[in-house]
Ligand binder design. Sequence first.
Ligand code: NAP
Length: 323
Amino acid sequence: MRALICGGNPATWRLTEVPEPAFGPADVLVDVVAAGLNRADLLMRTGGYLPTSDDWDVPVNRVGFEMAGRVRAAGPEVVALRPGDRVMAQTGGACADVVAVDHRLTLPVPEHLSWPQAAGLPSALLTEFDALRNVATLAPNENVLITGASSGVGLVGIQLARVFGASSIVGTTRSTAKASLLRSLGATAVLDTRTRTCAPAEAMDVVLDHVGGPGLAELLRYTAYRARIVQIGRLAGEQATIDLELLAAKRLQLLGTTFRGRQAQELHELVARIRQDLPMLTAEHGVRAVVESTFDITEAEQAAARLAAPDLAGKVVLRLTGQ
Ligand SMILES: NC(=O)c1ccc[n+]([C@@H]2O[C@H](COP(=O)([O-])OP(=O)(O)OC[C@H]3O[C@@H](n4cnc5c(N)ncnc54)[C@H](OP(=O)(O)O)[C@@H]3O)[C@@H](O)[C@H]2O)c1
């Protein structure tokens, strides 16, 4: 089978023939139809992000963190899935013709989602659902600020905040052109971080921070008393200097999160909870990945260029052949 491999010199992706994965008793073997790309895939090209071998049972140079496809075979412990079932999952080495994934990490592909919409959803859905529900414990009518809101994860964060009953949802961007997309998904206000001409009208109870860097200091000023700031991504850098007096005076909680190194049990519980809510989220409320472009796996370098483009807003998805 073919798999996308990173780590060459120059830093490119190579489509390479590799053996099909073995699958364990709790796994399903999936013929991948489409795989979503993430910023982390781009960072892996230059060593800026290194998955650990503990997280996935695939070599660490395999590209891809999410996919959708059809079950080809299932291990003896798998009772709820059969060959032909449509599944999507966050899993390592997803940009390949075939993946083996623990069935407890899979979600059914809702009928009304296309393959690209399904392939681009799992990472963002797990990240933002976990951040809002489990980490920030968002309550109805709270105000939510989402930085880097036009990122693949941020666009799903806006939609989930709306479904979970947030009162105001403020998204940040550095692009005037992306503001209408953020509003169309549920943002009640858009903050342009280049001009910083105005703060959000309301104090924010929950912040999903995908940007990090020096701008984190300013976010503290926009928060309400006892707000929760969830640090998810560091697009603008890994260092920030913050006002600890403000942190203490407002009794703020600054909470970091990642899926790296998480216990399998915790991931299974998260996916099980999302599986329960999935029809409500996707059918009733239309939550989906915003797919901005698709490429054949043989055009992976063009997909990487699109992923790095400043006008990107949404998911870049690779098409494979397994249907
Ligand atoms: N912790 C976790 O579990 C987890 C899971 C998934 C993703 N992440 C992280 O979340 C972040 C977003 O990932 P993604 O794959 O969704 O990204 P993406 O779709 O590639 O994000 C692209 C957007 O990010 C914004 N951006 C890029 N560089 C920026 C910078 N220097 N400052 C501010 N904004 C910048 C741009 O928005 P504008 O042009 O509108 O400004 C751009 O539209 C990444 O840092 C990723 O590592 C974390």
